[in-house]
Design a protein around this ligand. Structure first.
Ligand code: PLP
Length: 282
């Protein structure tokens, strides 16, 4: 926290921090596999881009931030972990104006982590499309990984209530965006499609999946997709740092494809596992 390592019980932030008061800040979710941080540069770059988009200067260089992330992993003796850098606007006056905040508060949290969906990778997730819409790009851009995750939480609540494992967000035009914490791909007639990123977070796992699929000989087509395209797809899967590559086999009560994780999804997940196990920053 702000340059010091402190035990969990002492990691406390001011109640005047505008991250706490207003969600004014940015964050990342990063994974380590076998003691190596996966896609460190990409995550640090996205953190600084998010900060730039909300006009906040992170008081560390990217190199210092990267080192803080690696050192937090080491200090906690973690091999397979989830790492959460958070940069909030810092403590200021009550009132929205960020100029009252002297300097951003920088925190890096690391904890042990396994596969997020446990046994569900074998059978696939049940997803539900939700009423809450993803942020419009002309308000809080979904490309900013900000501390404003209320829409995503509302989506999760709705999915939970409807017995789903994950939510599917639509945008204000009815196009499919993403899950509450992951990006969406579909496969139809051996072609792979994924929504544009104007209404989605530009997922780092999404980019990795596109590369892996490309290596497998499938050029991913970025396009507008509707729920119809998902209902009638041969396969649907989501990608994310926490979710990795997870099949969706039910959506709004419809069975997707055969109802089992499809061959391309499984091939992709296998390739993804290989790359997470063999790359990363030690
Ligand atoms: N979409 C949202 C809303 C997310 O929060 C995340 C997770 O960070 C993703 C997509 C997936 O992005 P990534 O693969 O970079 O973790």
């Amino acid at each position: 926290m702000d340059g010091k390592f402190v035990p969990k019980s002492e990691a406390k932030v001011s109640v005047y921090d505008h991250g706490f008061l207003y969600g004014d800040g940015v964050f990342e979710g990063i994974r380590a596999y076998n003691g190596r941080v996966f896609k460190l540069k990409e995550h640090v770059d996205r953190l600084y881009d998010s900060a730039k988009a909300i006009a906040m200067d992170i008081p560390l260089t990217k190199e210092e931030m990267s080192e803080a992330i690696l050192e937090t992993l080491r200090k906690n003796n973690l091999k397979d972990a989830y790492i959460r850098p958070v940069v909030s606007r810092g403590a200021g006056d009550l009132g929205l104006d960020p100029r009252s905040c002297e300097k951003p508060c920088v925190v890096v949290i690391a904890q042990g982590w396994g596969a997020m969906y446990g046994d569900l990778y074998e059978v696939g997730l049940k997803a539900v499309s939700v009423c809450v819409r993803r942020n419009a790009p002309d308000s809080i851009s979904p490309n900013i990984k900000s501390l404003n995750y209320l829409n995503n939480i509302l989506a999760k609540i709705e999915a939970n209530e409807k017995g789903g494992d994950e939510a599917v967000f639509l945008d204000h035009n009815g196009f499919v965006c993403e899950g509450s914490g992951d990006n969406i791909f579909i496969i139809k007639n051996n072609k792979v499609f994924t929504p544009f990123t104007i209404n989605n977070l530009k997922g780092i796992t999404r980019a990795t999946a596109i590369e892996l699929l490309d290596e497998m000989g499938y050029k991913v087509i970025e396009t507008n997709l509707g729920l119809f395209d998902l209902y009638t797809a041969d396969e649907v899967f989501v990608t994310g740092t926490a979710a990795e590559a997870a099949p969706i086999t039910r959506l709004d009560g419809r069975v997707i494809g055969t109802g089992k994780p499809g061959p391309m999804t499984l091939k992709m997940a296998e390739a993804f596992e290989k790359i997470t196990q063999s790359t990363g920053t030690p």
